[in-house]
Write a protein that binds this ligand. Structure first.
Ligand code: ATP
Ligand code: MG
Length: 432
């Protein structure tokens, strides 16, 4: 007999098969029991008729506890009432693992309780839906960059110096030397772009952020493309095509998950329409000041109410371009004809989700870059390898970083970033 998962059900209608599953719920009366089952991928119903099964099996079904694991054997049949479209008419049930007093019950639980039980919370429907969307975004990311001719390059996670300062870095011992966990692979990706043209990375990054917000994780995953022979305007086009591609693929491939998350598809459809609006930092400050935000002046970074206002104003993801040099890192070049703003852009998601991409063109002139490094109080010796890239065939190039969990949270329309990663690391949490 074939062991299948419910996803394959359409190819097995009328056939007897086996499925390994967990019991999420059950209901029974004298002659019939309904098992709500989860095979890890799909949620489905098993119908047990007392007349069809042994006395022993029917009694077992009536006594199954939440999250017991079973192997059910039965016939796949169509079920027009469920979204899945199929159910199983159960012939026999083998109990694999008992479960008693499963802590997460259908009643409401507090966030701390759920976070303490994250290893079990992952089994619930909403979490499954979010992880399905996350998986689709990961899959579509590889598809997008492969079709665009990018080579995946993996930057190191352990680094020997701290190019953007140590305040947000995790420190560790590296034998008898110091090392830090990577907060971005960008500088290495620039070396990658000079070697391979168009490259992207996809890996974990670590920031010892003391801020406790619903958008910040301590450990998160970032996609960092870097493109040689590319100016910022062309990079923005790649960024918007990439983001629209992610939303399109979630819409096309995550139907059940979007239902569970009750995400409005028409809202998501809007985010697949290009181009995304662009506004300069200068104009964004004016727009804010004209709309009653008198708590921000030119030169300051946006807070989340500012970002939320701007993105909602356009009702789409929006690029804010060319920030003051004082609030951006050392490697960004000055905009033409300006000595106060650099060529960069952040992509701000609407609905209050904040920045999902940070990107810029990169300084390519050796002398200028060296001066920037010194002006930022950094050590040129630590960055000699990075300066070298400007010595041997330096070309204009641009890149960006997209935060995976920010993007998942936004596309899912969920409240807090902690649910967008299987085991979130937060300011006060490293368990489980
Ligand atoms: P923010 O101002 O929101 O802290 P940032 O300017 O520090 O963001 P970048 O350094 O540009 O962000 O990082 C690139 C992307 O990585 C961001 O656009 C965001 O999507 C994501 N990101 C940054 N910090 C975090 C974090 N602590 N948790 C999750 N994602 C993050
Ligand atoms: Mg930050």
């Amino acid at each position: 007999m074939e062991r299948i998962t419910m996803r394959q059900a359409k190819d097995y209608v009328g056939q007897t098969v086996q499925i390994g599953a967990w019991v999420t719920n059950k209901r029974s009366s004298g002659k019939i029991a309904f098992l709500q089952l989860r095979d890890g991928d799909c949620y489905f119903q098993g119908v047990v008729l007392k007349a069809d099964v042994s006395e022993e099996v029917f009694t077992l079904c009536k006594n199954l506890q939440q999250e017991s694991s079973v192997v059910v054997t039965g016939v796949i049949q169509e079920d027009t009432r469920s979204k899945l479209g199929y159910e199983m008419l159960v012939q026999s049930v083998e109990l694999v693992g008992e479960s008693h007093d499963y802590p997460i019950t259908p009643k409401e639980h507090g966030t701390d309780f759920l976070m303490d039980h994250r290893h079990l919370w992952l089994r619930s429907k909403k979490q499954h839906a979010i992880m399905t969307v996350r998986n689709e975004i990961i899959r579509a990311t590889y598809e997008f960059f492969n079709k665009e001719g990018f080579l995946k390059v993996d930057p190191p996670i352990l680094t020997g110096s701290a190019p953007e300062g140590t305040t947000e870095l995790f420190h560790t011992k590296y034998f008898d030397r110091d090392a830090f966990l990577s907060q971005s692979g960008q500088l290495y990706m620039e070396a990658g772009a000079m070697a391979f043209g168009k490259v992207f990375s996809f890996g974990p990054t670590f920031r010892a952020e003391k801020s406790k917000t619903r958008r910040h994780l301590i450990e998160f995953w970032m996609i960092e493309p870097e493109m040689a022979f590319m100016h910022q305007d062309e990079s923005l086009e790649i960024q918007e095509q990439y983001v629209a591609f992610l939303v399109r693929n979630v819409l096309d491939n995550c139907d059940i998950a979007l239902d569970i998350l009750e995400r409005d598809r028409e809202v998501l459809e809007k985010y697949t329409q290009l181009p995304f609006p662009r506004i300069s930092y200068d104009d964004a400050i004016e727009l804010l000041n004209a709309n009653g935000f008198d708590d921000i002046t030119w030169g300051e970074d946006f807070g989340s109410p500012h970002e939320t206002f701007i993105a909602n104003h356009f009702d789409k993801p929006v690029f804010i371009m060319n920030y003051p040099k004082g609030i951006k890192p050392f490697y960004m070049p000055l905009a033409e004809g300006r000595d106060d703003v650099v060529v960069c852009a952040d992509l701000i998601a609407p609905e209050g989700y904040g920045e999902i991409i940070g990107g810029s063109e990169r300084e390519v002139d050796y002398a200028q870059l060296e001066e920037n490094i010194k002006n930022f109080g950094l050590d040129t010796a630590d960055l000699q390898w990075y300066l070298d890239l400007r010595k041997y065939g330096s070309v204009y190039h641009s890149g960006f970083g997209l935060g995976l969990e920010r993007t998942v949270t936004w596309i899912c329309g969920t409240e807090h970033i902690r649910e967008a990663i299987p085991f979130p690391r937060l300011l006060n949490r490293i368990y489980p």
